[in-house]
Write a protein that binds this ligand. Structure first.
Ligand SMILES: Nc1ncnc2c1ncn2[C@@H]1O[C@H](COP(=O)(O)OP(=O)(O)OP(=O)(O)O)[C@@H](O)[C@H]1O
Ligand SMILES: [Mg+2]
Length: 270
């Protein structure tokens, strides 16, 4: 198999300036992801996670630092990264089928070819029979699967999934986690996956990155050496609970509540 793209984020910082208000979203963020790796990212709200994804897709540029994909600086038109944004952004006036072919359509693939491929993939995404349904007639889980299918059909080697299961109930979430692992295994994509859920972060990942409260920095990298394929049994394992505890601790130490106090007492604190 040929060498697949890998992501290198090098010393990236990003500050937003709006109406005189200055918000530093990310500070000196560095990490890499190997081809085919499943990396989850967890951190408090407002810590720059979605910003990081916008930088990796080339939608936004970093102030300092650089991002390489497959050894080359990222550009908006690199065509290697598919993003599933935090809000599903399904177009209410388009059917499921016409929503999921948006990516290929924008890439100039003929509508006919795009539809054919989308129809093939519908059953795998649990959407068979719903091709002509409109988004607001779908369940929450189906909407998320449709949004995932749309990202998937962009046919990129790298998928950035921004809290794809955030709005779902625990049972649906569990089902979709298992299903996503299956898809990932079959198609060997490189996945970066943002979540607020500690258990989800560990269960899915080869590696977890913990990002601190704003400005976001990577404060911990945790390798998850649990065997695959993972199942519901994996969720009961002591190893998983131990990793979860480690993550929780890193989040508590670097979370929003303790950050200002720590800065006052220890200006040089890490
Ligand atoms: N386009 C923008 N203009 C100005 N400020 C922005 C912009 N995008 C993000 N920010 C600010 O940058 C910070 C980080 O935002 P971001 O959306 O990346 O956080 P997040 O970690 O994804 O949060 P959440 O977990 O709530 O989704 C926030 O303070 C946000 O207000
Ligand atoms: Mg976000």
């Amino acid at each position: 198999m040929s060498e697949r793209p890998c992501i290198e984020v090098r010393a990236v910082s990003k500050t937003f300036r709006n109406d005189g208000r200055v918000v530093q979203a990310l500070a000196d963020v560095s990490f890499t992801a190997r081809s085919g790796e499943f990396v989850t990212i967890i951190g408090p709200s407002g810590s720059g996670k979605s910003t990081l994804f916008n930088l990796i897709t080339g939608l936004t540029e970093p102030d300092t630092g650089e991002i390489l994909i497959d050894g080359r600086p990222v550009r908006r038109d690199t065509g290697l990264v598919g993003l599933m944004p935090q809000r599903d952004l399904l177009l209410p006036w388009r059917t499921v089928l016409n929503n999921v072919i948006l990516g290929p359509e924008l890439d100039g693939v003929s509508k006919r070819a795009a539809r054919r491929r989308a129809r093939e993939m519908m059953p795998l995404f649990g959407l068979a029979g719903f091709e002509n349904a409109y988004p607001d007639t779908l369940s929450g889980g189906m909407r998320q699967r449709a949004a995932l299918l749309r990202t998937f059909l962009t046919d990129r080697d790298i998928l950035l999934l921004d809290e794809p299961f955030g709005p779902l109930d625990a049972l649906t979430r569990r089902e979709l986690q298992r299903w996503l692992l299956d898809i990932w295994h079959r198609f060997r994509k490189t996945i970066l996956f943002i979540t607020h859920d500690v258990e989800e972060a560990v269960y899915l990942a080869d590696r977890v990155l913990v990002i601190s409260a704003r400005p976001g920095r990577i404060v911990k990298e945790l390798t998850v050496d649990l065997p695959r394929p993972r199942s519901s049994i994996s969720l009961l394992s002591e190893d998983l609970r131990r990793l979860e505890a480690e993550l929780l601790e890193a989040l508590e130490v670097n979370g929003p509540a303790s950050a200002p106090a720590r800065d006052e007492r220890n200006p040089n604190g890490s």
